[in-house]
Design a protein around this ligand. Structure first.
Ligand code: PHE
Length: 329
């Protein structure tokens, strides 16, 4: 039996030496190391030996099998590596892959355009925190506690005193408290409202709010600024109207609509922003004398005006991060 083991082992190594590819090494495996291979036969034979012969034969059989298996394994790895290298040869005539470079999100592009227009009109840019006090978001802006006007903006409260700001107007409060008039600024940023999510509304959106406080500021100046902005943003030939409205922090207040004429469909008026003369109560709350100063304010939703400008019909597209949408801009 010992001789037989040595013979099988020798034959295995003879054949291994001639093995040059993955196909023949697999054949070799089946012939010697497989379930019905040479070594399996030897193990069957081994079982029938008398007990006294078993230790010596078993030792040689095990050692031989391990030796064959190890040599088999390392040749197989070498052959696999060779095959991989062959398939990865360099084809210098192949065209390079196009690398796609990211672009600014359409909302940021729109926001930058709005900022640039107002900067050219002499407005500076101010930002404030998204987590606000109830006081700055509502009370200072003339929304008394339990006033129904608070229902205009469904609010995410963090606790009794703090909330996620529902508009960027609290930045006006912060600015007026710390800066003496004249002041002329826009306040861009994220705002949050607890609204049912649909094509028209999302729990989060961006606003740009504007504020001008000085001596003798008039509604005519407000109108001039907004019309100037709208023409630069939407084009000189837009049709617009100012419609009386209500905000607790402005008096009088108006909403601005532009005429929307999609090709092949019926045109209609679309609201793009709210505006008005800063309510004297607000000026008092921030320590500005309403006898000496007056001001105007306006606020617009960035998503909304981007939707108007680019004909986007679902606000959720801005937040889905679907590349098919984003790559169009
Ligand atoms: N803050 C208002 C809103 O979010 C918009 C607005 C700003 C209206 C300033 C008038 C003046 O609805």
């Amino acid at each position: 039996m010992l001789e037989k083991i040595n013979l099988v082992t020798k034959e295995f190594f003879n054949e291994l030496e001639k093995t040059e590819n993955l196909k023949s090494i697999e054949e070799l495996r089946i012939k010697y190391l497989g379930r019905k291979g040479g070594f399996a036969d030897l193990f069957e034979e081994f079982k029938l030996l008398p007990g006294t012969e078993k230790p010596a034969v078993g030792k040689l059989l095990n050692e031989s099998k391990v030796k064959c298996q190890n040599s088999f394994d390392s040749l197989k790895i070498r052959l696999e590596e060779q095959t991989n290298n062959n398939s990865q040869f360099l084809d210098l005539s192949l065209q390079g892959r196009e690398i796609s470079i990211g672009t600014k999100h359409i909302l940021m592009q729109t926001l930058n355009e709005i900022k640039d227009i107002f900067k050219s009109l002499g407005f500076s840019v101010h930002e404030g925190p998204e987590l606000e006090s109830d006081y700055n978001n509502f009370e200072a802006l003339n929304f008394p506690d339990n006033h129904p006007a608070r229902d205009m903006q469904d609010t995410f409260f963090v606790n009794e005193k703090f909330l996620l700001r529902t508009h960027t107007s609290p930045v006006q409060v912060r600015l007026m408290k710390t800066t003496k008039p004249p002041l002329r600024a826009i306040m861009p940023g994220k705002v949050y409202r607890n609204e049912a999510i649909s094509a028209k509304s999302y729990c989060l959106f961006h606003q740009v709010e504007g504020l001008y406080v000085d001596k003798d500021v008039t509604f005519a100046e407000l109108k001039g600024t907004i019309v100037g902005f709208a023409k630069q943003f939407f084009g000189n030939d837009i049709k617009y109207r100012f419609r009386p409205s209500f905000f607790p922090f402005t008096e009088p207040s108006a909403e601005v609509d532009i005429w929307w004429q999609p090709t092949g469909k019926e045109g209609r008026w679309l609201e793009i922003m709210g505006c008005g003369m800063v309510d004297p109560n607000v000026l008092v709350n921030v320590g500005i004398d309403p006898e000496k100063y007056s001001g105007y304010a306006f606020g617009m939703g960035v998503e909304r005006i981007a939707m108007r400008k680019y004909g986007i019909d679902d606000i959720r597209l801005f937040f889905d991060n679907d590349k098919r949408f984003l790559q169009q801009f």
